[in-house]
Write a protein that binds this ligand. Sequence first.
Ligand SMILES: Cc1cc2nc3c(=O)[nH]c(=O)nc-3n(C[C@H](O)[C@H](O)[C@H](O)COP(=O)(O)OP(=O)(O)OC[C@H]3O[C@@H](n4cnc5c(N)ncnc54)[C@H](O)[C@@H]3O)c2cc1C
Length: 108
Amino acid sequence: MSDKNTFDAIVIGSGMSGGWAAKELCEQGLKTLVLERGRDVVHLKDYPTTNMLPWEFKHRGQVPYAIAKDNPIITKCYAFKEDAMHFFVKDKEHPYVQEKPFDWIRGY
Ligand SMILES: Cc1cc2nc3c(=O)[nH]c(=O)nc-3n(C[C@H](O)[C@H](O)[C@H](O)COP(=O)(O)OP(=O)(O)OC[C@H]3O[C@@H](n4cnc5c(N)ncnc54)[C@H](O)[C@@H]3O)c2cc1C
């Protein structure tokens, strides 16, 4: 077997838990692979609204009606506003079965 594709640990997802687990594994000297399905969010470059003032937003910070209507689940989240809505997984992008009411609000 080739050493090239051999790892001591494979971490799926580089969120808070996976990112931290990978850091700990690397610090212990394990050859670690991290797989992340989301895009590469580059610090500062990918925070386009951080330095915008409220009146600089086209909808003054509110979510346009058509977007809210299309996204009834994430619209329930306090943070789903014009300044942060680009980080949310849209309802139709990742549907799931609700056996009981369950709001699954995600970002990749
Ligand atoms: C709007 C919002 C605001 C929040 N604000 C705060 C706050 O202020 N303070 C705070 O402490 N917490 C906050 N939280 C909660 C915090 O973000 C979560 O508790 C935390 O991110 C959970 O960490 P996690 O590692 O379990 O999951 P996540 O951080 O969601 O990481 C999971 C990762 O796995 C990736 N992934 C999933 N499936 C796959 C796959 N099949 N293959 C590869 N990669 C995959 C995802 O893309 C994601 O990157 C907030 C959450 C939301 C939604």
